[in-house]
Design a protein around this ligand. Structure first.
Ligand SMILES: [Zn+2]
Length: 267
């Protein structure tokens, strides 16, 4: 399928399924195409979370656990997503990684702690991950995957009467492991960076720390950072975009009811 045909296809599908499958992303306002329901995404998130808790070791690093218990709920509150059943765990692992599953289950791996000097830098990572979840990037990727696989056939199916049901069934049948559908696209990354900075600012953390964190994190590429960097591309472009987002985030931070600045030190 020609790439430039995709936007037109998406617009056409959005018109066909208006009100059921299209909505706009909070904060960014971008309209997205979703075949998955919130309930389905959250069920998948919960299943993946239960699996994570079964297989991973929780950390006994009280500094990190206490910090996550301060920062996590503040970011959750700032997200305005009240329907999520929020939970925050620090996982013992060399991986420099973190995630937030659909439904609000958040994990921070101990391998990323060396890059965080304070609560604000933890808020950068949690804000970014929570943004992927509230923007429903996982559901969007599942939906896009279905469309890509089905190709042009989808269009004919969609446009023939009661076919939406059939398509929805195939979307629901996607058995993609949630770990495999963790957001990776540039669009999702830059959107999560931007929303994340807004969330941390709303939560009372100075958004300047988004830049200090990514500078440290981006300066290292290799070894145990591989896992995170493969899903989170780094580089000057990313930092430049963050600098562009900074004035908007600072405006929010400057009128925030509470301002923690850098927050507690972590080392
Ligand atoms: Zn990301």
């Amino acid at each position: 399928m020609k790439k430039r045909f995709l936007p037109a296809l998406f617009s056409a599908l959005c018109l066909i399924l208006l009100g059921t499958a299209c909505q706009s992303v909070p904060y960014s306002g971008r309209s997205q195409f979703l075949l998955t329901s919130v309930d389905y995404e959250n069920e998948q998130g919960l299943a993946a979370w239960q699996e994570t808790l079964k297989t991973e070791k929780l950390s006994s690093n009280t500094t990190a656990v206490n910090a996550l218990n301060r920062v996590g709920p503040r970011i959750a509150e700032a997200s305005g997503q009240k329907d999520f059943q929020w939970e925050f765990k620090v996982i013992e692992s060399e991986q420099a990684n973190a995630f937030c599953l659909p439904g609000g289950k958040v994990a921070l791996y101990t391998g990323i702690l060396p890059y965080m000097d304070n609560d604000a830098e933890m808020a950068v990572v949690i804000g970014h991950e929570v943004s992927h979840a509230i923007a429903r990037h996982g559901g969007e990727r599942m939906s896009q995957g279905v469309l890509q696989n089905a190709g042009a056939a989808v269009v004919s199916v969609l446009t023939s009467g009661s076919a939406y049901q059939e398509l929805a069934v195939s979307a629901y049948g996607v058995t993609t492991n949630l770990a495999g559908i963790l957001p990776y696209s540039r669009l999702h990354e830059s959107e999560a960076d931007k929303i994340g900075m807004i969330l941390m600012a709303k939560a009372g953390y100075d958004p300047n720390y988004a830049i200090t964190f990514w500078k440290k994190f981006g300066g290292n590429s290799g070894g145990f950072l591989e896992a995170f960097t493969s899903t989170h591309p780094l580089g000057e472009d990313r930092i430049r975009a963050m600098r562009e987002n900074l004035p908007e985030a600072l405006k929010i931070y400057n009128v925030s009811k509470v301002r923690y600045g850098a927050g507690n030190k972590l080392r």
